[in-house]
Design a protein around this ligand. Structure first.
Ligand code: UFG
Length: 338
């Protein structure tokens, strides 16, 4: 298939591009490089063994999005592009709603107009909101605690409504838990700008000496060691989940399918820290501080629907995730070059 990957230069997008090409798909990337560096492209080409077609523009530019679809025929779209920092979304909500929604509107309009009805969308476990029971199942009601989270809830709803208007639509809503790790080559990985918000890149930067110590947000949760638990999933397993979903869209009769992509396993903040210490071979400094606003005690998937319907399951352990994250961080202490 010829597959358009929006946000294909980003963290999850780049890993998925490598697997799509390896599976024989003809991949075209569109990315505005607002949170990705162009230097990822030659690295992707080295991994895929050939030139990669990359279009650098913002999907919210409806004319450019429309022109791309006029020039090229796509069989499917994997839509990663969007803003994704929870805290930042509270500071600049309009930016988040406008960027994430407008880009999706422009994309879906162009798809409809040009007869492309297969879409895999990057949703998030954040759509389960604050009070969801664990393990989280796809049939739970959705809500959110941040503007970022609401953009995911809203886009899911937009896509469900659009799917009702044409029987050809086949849409996958993939709800990611906590993606971490990097490609085993150590040449591509997550490169957050500024101080990382997320746990794993923060620990990796402590390990490489860029940050002085980890602050553990709360040890008074109702969990075995008191620190919050999350379902960390290796980005390579996550990328494989996209391929499985794309394949499944070719045979399902459902216009919209929702799949959790997680391991089903909760790991605490301290367990992640200790697994990373084992990976990098030394103790890492940390201190316990107060809870972070908006955090919940435990979030992990019930991944059984993806297992039975996609024949997909996450296979990599927390040790694999830390080893690969460390390989990437050690080889690229400053992330991608400018
Ligand atoms: N944590 C720390 N110290 C840090 C960073 C994080 O203790 O410096 C803790 C957090 O309190 C939390 C855990 O590590 O308990 C994981 O935090 P992350 O920020 O890595 O991940 P979250 O679960 O908060 O957020 C992730 C994604 C969001 C998504 C959310 C819900 O980053 O995009 O899951 O699905 F919205």
């Amino acid at each position: 298939m010829r597959v358009l990957v929006t946000g294909g230069a980003g963290y999850i997008g780049s890993h998925t591009v490598v697997q799509l090409v390896a599976a024989g798909h003809d991949v075209v990337v569109v990315d505005n490089f607002s949170n990705a560096k162009p230097t990822v492209v030659p690295r992707l080409e080295a991994l895929t063994g050939g030139p990669l077609e990359v279009h650098a523009f913002d999907l919210t530019d409806r004319d450019k999005t429309e022109s791309l679809f006029s020039e090229r025929q796509f069989d499917a779209v994997v839509h990663f592009a969007g803003l994704k920092a929870v805290g930042e979304s509270v500071e600049i909500p309009l930016e988040y709603y406008q960027t994430n929604l407008d880009s999706t509107f422009a994309l879906v309009r162009a798809m409809q107009r040009h007869g492309c009805f297969r879409l895999v969308f990057s949703s998030s476990a954040t759509v389960y909101g604050e009070h969801a029971p664990v393990p989280m199942r796809e049939d739970l009601p959705t809500s959110a605690t941040s503007p970022y989270g609401w953009t995911k809830v809203m886009i899911e709803q937009v896509l469900r409504d659009v799917a009702k208007t044409d029987e050809r639509w086949r849409i996958a809503l993939l709800r990611y838990f906590n993606p971490v790790g990097a490609h085993a080559s150590g040449t591509i990985g997550e490169d957050p700008s500024g101080i990382p918000n997320n746990l794993m890149p923060f620990i990796a930067q402590v390990a490489v000496g860029k940050l002085d110590k980890l602050r553990v947000f709360g040890n008074d949760y109702d969990t075995p060691d008191g620190t919050a638990m999350r379902d960390y999933i290796h980005v390579e397993d996550l990328a494989a989940g996209h391929l499985a979903a794309l394949t499944r869209l070719g045979s399902t009769d459902e216009r919209v399918s929702t799949w959790n992509l997680g391991t089903g396993q909760g790991t605490s903040v301290l367990e992640v820290l200790h697994a990373f210490e084992a990976a990098c071979g030394r103790e890492l400094p940390y201190e316990i501080v107060g809870r972070r606003a908006g955090d919940i005690a435990a979030s992990y998937a019930d991944p059984s629907r993806a297992q039975s319907e996609l024949g997909w399951r996450a296979t990599r352990t927390i040790e694999d995730m830390c080893a690969d994250q460390w390989r990437w961080q050690e080889a690229n202490p400053l992330g991608y070059p400018d």
